[in-house]
Design a protein around this ligand. Structure first.
Ligand SMILES: [Zn+2]
Length: 426
């Protein structure tokens, strides 16, 4: 690719490579939130923020923030960021590409001596991935007053989440009072973690919505009998009914996936009792992970499931409970104005783009609940992510960073008519 971009691709490559070095040596690439390596990674990012002229701080939720003051701070803050923590044996790009691209936006503005009207903040959100405390998006929830208070008393290996946030510079004592009414807009760049952009030879995905996640638990109870002596027509085999149910869920989800809006459902957890070779299975507990861009699809799926388990129970002589919604999050649409800004930015830098939904959760989903927010995807090889093979081409990331740069500038210009008391002139 030989494009004349407003950002420096070499600097992005250098930072991503430097962070990749900060890993558990036996398990590349692992830099889990709250670990000494995570702090080392953050120290690197903070030093790079300072070198870019940003004023750094850790906010009460433990997020690392680099700030650049604007000419009209009353307009609010344009925020750009992602996360630098990884899953165990994760990749070099999930989250990291977004943090470094955000940092590069600030550097490119400085290089070109561009002053913004808005304040600009570059953010490395704390613990986006599920950490040792078993929860995710700690920093983005915490920054915006959406962290469940009970989480603060979660503990792992004798360490509490609250004290761990304090150790890295956060303020658990004031965490529950956090909110950020000053956020005028938030942008996040992330690798797609799926195969669509690469397959369709697109440069950028404009994320229309982050799918809602609904988890449903189903218990199927049959009867334990001797596997050798019980005739085939006198069994209440919980596993046979469960196996049919798994196939039916796959087929129902595949039908919903053909209609507009992302939809997926997976049985990823499955327990069988007594799990012995010579006993007819008496009980199965399974957990469905459902993802829907359009809420009505999830409602339709749940209605179908409620009715279907009744029919299956009758057909297989087992009992099946009404599916229990263990957790249920609504889809989060991207801000329409910022999506248009991102599309215009793609056109300006010559990036081929398409609209698409995110099947994965992201920090953007939490920021979007309190402020205009939108995200973009860049391609990743074969859609692989959360594994050591995860790969994104640096040119693709740099093009994404250029889109962020143009979007930030455009958003900043669009607010020109605002006056200090918030009313429009003209
Ligand atoms: Zn991520």
């Amino acid at each position: 690719m030989s494009r004349n971009l407003p950002v420096n691709a070499g600097r992005i490559a250098e930072d991503i490579a430097a962070l990749a070095e900060i890993t558990e040596p036996e398990r590349p690439w692992t830099r889990r939130a709250f670990s000494p390596l995570f702090l080392k990674g953050r120290a690197y990012i903070e030093a790079r923020m300072k070198a870019a002229g940003l004023e750094t701080r850790i906010d009460p939720a433990g997020n690392l923030i680099g700030r650049r003051t604007g000419r009209k701070p009353w307009l609010g803050t344009i925020m750009v960021g992602s996360h630098s923590d990884t899953v165990p044996d994760g990749g070099r790009f999930d989250g990291i590409a977004g943090v470094i691209s955000a940092l590069e936006v600030a550097r490119a503005l400085s290089d070109q001596a561009i002053e913004l009207d808005h304040d600009l903040e570059i953010v490395d959100f704390l613990a986006e991935e599920v950490s040792i405390f078993g929860v995710s998006c700690v920093g983005s929830r915490g920054m915006t007053g959406q962290l469940p208070e009970a989480w603060l008393s979660r503990a792992s290996d004798g360490r509490g989440l609250a004290e761990s946030i304090a150790e890295l510079g956060g303020r658990p004592d004031v965490l529950m009072q956090q909110n950020r009414p000053d956020i005028a807009g938030f942008f996040e760049l992330h690798i797609e973690q799926g195969p669509v952009l690469e397959a369709e030879k697109e440069d950028i995905g404009i994320v229309t919505a982050i799918s809602g996640i609904t988890r449903l638990e189903i218990t199927i109870e049959g009867r334990a009998d001797h596997a050798g002596t019980t005739p085939m027509d006198r069994r209440a085999d919980a596993l046979v009914a469960a196996a049919q149910l798994v196939l039916d869920i796959r087929n129902a989800a595949a039908e919903l996936a053909k209609t507009p809006g992302h939809f997926a459902a997976t049985v990823g957890e499955f327990r069988i009792e007594p799990n012995a070779a010579n006993v007819v299975p008496s009980k199965v507990v399974l957990l469905i992970d459902g993802r829907a861009e359009i809420r009505a699809d999830m409602e339709a799926f749940c209605r179908w499931l409620d009715g279907h388990v009744g029919k299956l129970a009758g057909a297989y002589g087992v009992t099946i409970n009404t599916p229990n919604r263990v957790s249920d999050n609504l889809p989060t649409p991207g801000d329409a104005g910022l999506l248009a800004t991102l599309e215009a930015a793609c056109t300006r830098v010559g990036a081929k783009h398409r609209r698409m939904a995110s099947g994965a959760g992201h920090d953007t989903a939490w920021i979007a609940k309190v402020a205009p927010a939108a995200m973009i995807f860049v391609p990743c090889r074969e859609g692989r992510s959360h594994c050591p093979d995860e790969w994104a081409e640096n040119d693709d990331i740099a093009l994404g960073a250029a889109v962020l740069f143009e979007a930030v500038r455009e958003m900043d210009k669009n607010s020109h008519e605002e006056t200090p008391n918030g009313t429009h002139t003209g």
